[in-house]
Design a protein around this ligand. Structure first.
Ligand code: BES
Ligand code: MN
Ligand code: ZN
Length: 515
């Protein structure tokens, strides 16, 4: 069974009454009265009024109340009120999560067809209702609910197949009407973004024994070439010819050869202008190498390529949606293994840029492979850099599981990435790169060391990467704590999250607001 299915999402304008689905999902605000929708409470024979009065359903986020629609004239079999919280606090981001929660609940109940009602709330300060933005977010959320991380289970799954989805746009009397074509376009866009997120989750979920660097490159080739972007995969000989001593140093301990994936989106109408480079860490399994990790939780290190997966799947969506600028994707892929040929603490590696690195800790391998990849992005003509990496365990302590670390320079570029992520549903928070931190990377015998120990580990890792950015605008997203969900939430089951995919895609569409 595939990891998820993606039937297209239908869009329907007009009255709720006429929507013929098994389950009609309606976001419901706290404090909203049963009579707020004409005839709806009566159609449930007063069940909504009763549930609100008894406190069975209050409208707090993700609460679900399912009841039959018994009145003639209503085409849906049942209605599900889903708690949407307080109306002034409602956002497209919460709508995305509600849509996922609704989709997952529908799968658990084996619902075949689901209609999700778009309600924009009152959040926009301008008073304008962003129907297209909400519709896109809902489409993303519905597609996200289609993901299953249980491809290797042969027993009956607890979640059923994804239902067919319809987004219902009710009449919005007091808002500026947006054209149906624009709304349908937004839904199609959300579908592509949700699909890209799920594909990244499927790649991250894949264990180290199936997703070797070569297999990662093969699957990425398929995913990206389908979309029209070009794919080039460099093997170990070509990587050596480029002088990528850091990538090769990490790869030495493994009997699986490394690969360097290069994707290009070249719209013919964008001959000049910015070239965005997306660089993703692609360690298909991180044992730590000779500085080996402890056994506890090491199995999670199969997702040390989540940044690479985000870049692969973002490139697919960028090409599918035909972003208006040139975009390059680069993913250095290798295992980090101990072995007779593995790099050792104290070894000195020479990067493709020429800088020398004393390896203090072979477990600080992500920065090594990314350093060579960032250099290569510049060689290929990048003007703006973004990298995404499960780089440092310290992120869990610093920002927890909800927020990715954000680093870079200059501030306007970092802020551009942060704001884009906010809209896309990938929360990030900036940490500083003060020059003082550079001292921690000093080596006695090489240009720098690769591991500066515990103080500010996430920052010194980013400082290491900065050495390879050549002064270009650069942002680094550390997803070490956000790429994998350890606790199930109503809107996110345990497992790979697909973090950063949508941010990277939306960034490629935001260039008219870059400096
Ligand atoms: N892939 C790890 C970071 C990581 C840790 C991701 C936990 C997800 C969960 C990375 O390669 C690593 O091992 N980083 C070390 C660096 C240290 C040796 C300087 C770390 O953060 O402990
Ligand atoms: Mn490591
Ligand atoms: Zn790693």
């Amino acid at each position: 069974m595939p990891a998820f299915q993606t039937p297209p999402i239908a869009c329907r304008f007009g009255a709720l009454l006429a929507v013929a689905v098994e389950l009609l999902v309606l976001p419901w605000f706290e404090g909203q009265t049963a009579s707020s929708f004409d005839g709806l409470d009566a159609a449930t024979a007063g069940e909504i009024e009763r549930a609100l009065a008894s406190g069975e359903f209050t409208g707090r986020p993700y609460e679900l109340f399912v009841t039959p629609l018994v009145a003639p004239g209503w085409s849906a079999r049942r209605v599900a009120l889903i708690g949407a919280g307080k109306e002034p606090a409602f956002t497209a981001g919460l709508a995305r999560r509600l849509a996922t929660a609704a989709g997952l609940a529908a799968r658990a109940r084996r619902v075949g067809t689901l209609g999700f009602v778009m309600r924009p709330g009152q959040a926009a300060p301008s008073g304008d209702v962003d129907v297209a933005g909400f519709s896109q977010s809902i489409a993303e959320g519905l597609v996200l609910s289609e993901f299953s991380g249980t491809t290797y289970q042969t027993t009956e799954p607890t979640l059923g197949p994804a239902p067919a989805f319809t987004i219902v746009i009710p009449d919005l009397r007091d808002s500026s009407p947006e054209s149906p074509a624009r709304i349908e376009g937004a839904i199609a866009r959300g579908y592509v973004l949700g699909e890209a997120s799920n594909l990244a989750r499927a790649l991250s979920n894949e264990p180290g024994n199936t997703l070797t660097p070569r297999e990662f490159a093969a699957r990425a080739t398929r995913l990206v070439s389908e979309s029209g972007a070009t794919v080039e995969v460099l093997d170990e000989t070509q990587i050596a010819a480029l002088g990528m001593g850091m990538l090769l140093g990490v790869a030495k301990g493994s009997s699986e050869p490394p690969r360097l994936m290069v994707f290009r989106h070249n719209p013919p109408e964008a001959k000049s202008g910015p070239v965005l480079a997306l660089v993703g860490k692609g360690i298909t399994f991180d044992t730590g190498g000779i500085s080996i990790k402890s056994a506890d939780g090491m199995e999670k290190m199969k997702d040390d390529m989540a940044g690479g997966a985000a870049v692969v799947c973002a490139m697919r969506a960028i090409a599918k949606l035909n972003a208006p600028i040139r975009v390059i994707g680069i993913v250095p892929a290798t295992e980090n293994m101990p072995g007779g040929r593995a790099m050792k603490p104290g070894d000195i590696l020479t990067s493709a840029e020429g800088k020398t690195v004393e390896v203090i800790n072979t477990d600080a391998e992500g920065r090594l492979v990314l350093g060579d990849a960032l250099w290569y992005a510049r060689q290929l003509g990048a003007t703006h850099l973004v990298d995404v990496a499960t780089l440092t365990g310290g992120m869990l302590v610093a920002l927890g599981r909800t927020t990715s670390g954000l680093f870079g320079t200059p501030d306007w570029w970092v802020e551009q990435v942060r704001r884009t992520g906010d809209r896309a549903g990938d929360r990030m928070w900036q940490l500083p790169l003060f020059d003082d931190y550079r001292e921690q990377l000093k080596s006695e015998i090489a240009d720098m060391i690769n591991s500066a120990g515990r103080p500010a580990t996430s920052i010194t890792a980013a400082m290491f990467l900065k050495e390879f950015t050549g002064g270009l605008p650069w942002a680094h997203i550390d997803i070490a704590a956000t790429a994998w969900a350890d606790d199930a939430k109503p809107f996110m089951p345990k497992g790979a999250t697909g973090v950063a995919v949508r941010t990277l895609v939306e960034l490629a569409f935001s260039s008219d607001t870059w400096k």
